[in-house]
Design a protein around this ligand. Sequence first.
Ligand code: NDP
Ligand code: 2IT
Length: 449
Amino acid sequence: MSVRLDEKLEPIYQDVLRRNPGENEFHQAVHEVLETLGPVLVKYPELADQKIIQRICEPERQIIFRVPWQDDKGEIHINRAFRVEFNSALGPYKGGMRFHPSVYLGIIKFLGFEQIFKNALTDLPIGGGKGGSDFDPKGKSDDEIMRFCQSLMTELYRHLGEYTDVPAGDIGVGQREIGYLFGQYKRITNRYESGVFTGKGLDWGGSRARKEATGYGTVFFVQEMLKARKESLDGKTCIVSGSGNVAIYAMEKAMQLGAKVIACSDSTGIIVDEKGIDLKLVKRIKEVERRRIKAYTEERKHAKYVEDGNIWEVPCDVALPCATQNELNGKDARALLKNGCTAVAEGANMPCTPEAIRVFQDAGIAYGPGKAANAGGVATSALEMQQNASRDSWTFAYTEKRLEEIMVNIHNNCYETADEFGAPGNYVAGANITGFLKVSKAMMALGLI
Ligand code: NDP
Ligand code: 2IT
């Protein structure tokens, strides 16, 4: 990470490295925020005196526990699960649960740290947290998923509550898993506490448009970035990495706004369909059949499948990384620019490496960081909590309209803050500073806690 930090911030970063050894993704997320906070401490020296940054970098609470479960053959497995309750200055801890074999404390801490600022950007009353497990849901039966979720919740329930900590989905956790987790919570606590989870099914307290919200929100953000440059999505060629929840609904909204989406992927390979991705087919393969994206070419014979292919080498105007962290590096960024890409927005959390971000910023293209661009998911989670609290259920159109307003607002706040702090067009600085100031002010008001 070659960008030097301000002299007041470097010792704080060194302390984070010392206190959190081996947690590379967490270090990366902290560095990216600190890079942009120098001018904030000049304008608000009291934040340094109150050690607000040091406090934000230390989670309020970290829970690590054993999850034993039995597979269909009766064999016993032991997984490890986490919930990092990072910051509750603005509201109950809020953030998803990730089930993926790569999960360890450093991943959950990076995600929880990002979540603090993202949630602050929504302007809704939600603090930051994240959880997950190194459990691999791939190839597991429904019963195995249920037993794992029940075992996990048998420990986690005591740390949750609609005013305490409210989980949702993330990689490997969708409506099916939220159902099993919520069911076990309800059973143990004897409370139908809808507001303790978001991403629920529509029949049992979920919000319309939550499933679509992250992907739709990312594309609304792109639309605003393009508008600021007197452009639009209409007629643009678009590529989207991943083919999970965020990717599918990013593709859907991009198509609705007139873009042509020609490529998507999963962790085994990429699909390129020059005639335009058949989204109905992707939904069936991924949401219903839970198969690999390779199956796409069984029905769309003209489409190309490249095992281990690099999606960022496919020429496009707009690129939306929607799979996972550090999936787009400096070399990929240069390939995108060479092929004419003019806008990148992160549906995933931290998908672009620090070098890739610098390449985009040096080239002056529109680049929307995840904290801002993918905040539509958690914002709609907060709308789900609102509906649960008032025992109401809004229409799809109304919920989507609220989501769009929130994304426009996030875009404008980031844009204006970047300008105010001398970094016009820099949405990274705009998002970090806007989110940081909101959390800091609340922390100052609440005293030394
Ligand atoms: P899903 O599990 O629904 O989909 C994840 C997709 O990314 C799959 O296509 C998966 O492929 C691919 N992927 C995951 N891990 C890797 C990896 N290590 N290497 C290559 N491909 C990988 O998750 P979501 O769509 O919910 O999440 C995607 C991203 O969006 C994550 O970064 C998440 O944190 C972020 N996000 C999600 C939100 C939400 O509301 N769900 C909100 C905001 C951000 P495969 O199936 O082969 O593993
Ligand atoms: O990264 C994220 O913002 C999410 N996975 C969604 C969190 C939420 O609580 O809806």
